[in-house]
Design a protein. Structure first.
Ligand code: MTE
Length: 321
C-alpha cells in the first residue's frame, strides 16, 4: 500500500561554505536547543572537565576540538565493509554503488507497508541540517554537518502499531555493486536496529546528505542512519529496508562478536571494550599534515546525555552495553 505524500520540497542543497559560515549559529543552538553541539573538552587540556552545552553556547566560541572534520577526510577514511575492510577501500571501490534509482521496503508491525521510491520517502518531511559528532567504537571521531530527515517523522507516516517495539534496518547486499560481499567479514546483509523510543528520538537522523552535497557513496548513499549518541556502527549505510518488529532484531556486530558489541552500543567511557579502553578518542580534525588530533576525553552518550540519558533511566548500562 502506498502512502499519500504531501507535496514538500524533496531536497535542499546548500553549498559547503555556507555550512562553515553557519556553524557558529548552530553551536549557539539557534536552530534548536536540541540540536546544539554539547561542547567537549579542548584537545590541549585533556584533563579539563568538559564545558556544558550552555557554557559553550553562551560564549559562542566552540572549543578547537569541535572544528568540523574536513570533507576530504570524512569521505576518505571510512568503514563500509561492503567495499572492503580497509579505511580507504570505500572511497576507492564505492564508485560501483548505484544510489539512483533507489527504493526502500517498509514492513512489519505498521498499518502502512510497501515499497517506496526514495523520492516519495524524502517528500514526507523537510530536509534539515544537523551537525553531529560521530564516535567510532575504534576510538576516532568526526564532526560532520549532515542533512536529513528526522527518522521519527518519517516512521510516523507508516503508522506503527502497538506491537512495534523496535525498528530494524537493512543495507543493500548486491555483489555486483559491492565487491566486499565476496568476503564473509560480516554475515551479509549488514543489519542494525533501534528500540522504538530511540528511533523516534528527535536527534535520530535519516541522512541524505553531508556538507550540503548528496551523500557520497562511501558514506552510505543515498540514505543512512545517524545516531549521534551511539557508536558509529549503529549508523547503518545505504538502507533498503526498514521493519517494525515486536522483538529485538539481530544486528550485524552483535551477531559477529556478542561480548564486544551489544544491541544498545551507547557511547560510554565507563564501559571498556574488552580489548581497549573507551575513555578517550582522537578527533579526525584534519589538517593537511595530520589526520588525528590529540586525545580528548570521550563523553557519556557522546556528549548528548542531556537529551538522551532519560531513555535509559533505570537500566544498568554495563549490562545493556
Ligand atoms: N553500514 C554498513 N552498511 N556497512 C558498514 O560497514 N560501518 C559502520 C557504519 N555503518 C558500516 C555501516 C561503522 S563501523 C562506522 S564507524 C560508520 O558507518 C562510519 O561512517 P562514515 O564512514 O561515514 O564515517
Amino acid at each position: 500500500m502506498k502512502t499519500p505524500i504531501p507535496d514538500l520540497p524533496a531536497h535542499l542543497i546548500t553549498p559547503e561554505p555556507v555550512y562553515r559560515a553557519r556553524r557558529q549559529l548552530m553551536q549557539l543552538g539557534l536552530a534548536s536547543p536540541l540540536l546544539a553541539l554539547a561542547g567537549c573538552a579542548g584537545a590541549q587540556d585533556a584533563s579539563a572537565p568538559a564545558p556544558t552545552a550552555a557554557a559553550s553556547g553562551a560564549s559562542g566560541a566552540a572549543p578547537a576540538s569541535e572544528e568540523l572534520t574536513r570533507f576530504e577526510d570524512a569521505t576518505s577514511y571510512n568503514n563500509f565493509y561492503e567495499f572492503g575492510t580497509g579505511k580507504t577501500d570505500p572511497a576507492r571501490y564505492a564508485g560501483s554503488l548505484e544510489p539512483a534509482p533507489w527504493s526502500v521496503v517498509v514492513g512489519g508491525e505498521a498499518e502502512v507497508t510497501g515499497t517506496f521510491p526514495l523520492e516519495d520517502l524524502l517528500r514526507i518531511t523537510a530536509v534539515q541540517d544537523r551537525t553531529y559528532r560521530l564516535r567510532c567504537v575504534e576510538g576516532w571521531s568526526m564532526v560532520i554537518p549532515w542533512q536529513g530527515l528526522p527518522l521519527g517523522e518519517v516512521l510516523q507516516r507508516f503508522k506503527p502499531n502497538s506491537r512495534a517495539k523496535y525498528v530494524a534496518f537493512t543495507t543493500l547486499a548486491d555483489p555486483r555493486q559491492m565487491p566486499g560481499l565476496r568476503y564473509p567479514s560480516i554475515d551479509w546483509p549488514y543489519r542494525e536496529g533501534l528500540r522504538m523510543d530511540e528511533a523516534m528520538h528527535p536527534l535520530t537522523l535519516l541522512a541524505t546528505g553531508m556538507y550540503g552535497k548528496p551523500l557520497p557513496n562511501q558514506n552510505g548513499a543515498p540514505l543512512r542512519l545517524v545516531v549521534p549518541w551511539k557508536y558509529g556502527f549503529k549508523s547503518i549505510k545505504s538502507i533498503i529496508r526498514i521493519d517494525f518488529t515486536e522483538t529485538m532484531p539481530p544486528t550485524s556486530w552483535n551477531m559477529l562478536q556478542p561480548e564486544e558489541y551489544g544491541f544498545y552500543s551507547n557511547v560510554n567511557p565507563d564501559v571498556d571494550h574488552p580489548r581497549w579502553s573507551q575513555r578517550s578518542e582522537r578527533r579526525i580534525a584534519g589538517t593537511a599534515s595530520k589526520l588525528f588530533a590529540e586525545r580528548i576525553p570521550t563523553l557519556p552518550f557522546n556528549g548528548y546525555g542531556e537529551q538522551v540519558a532519560g531513555l535509559y533511566a533505570g537500566m544498568d548500562l554495563r549490562k545493556w552495553y
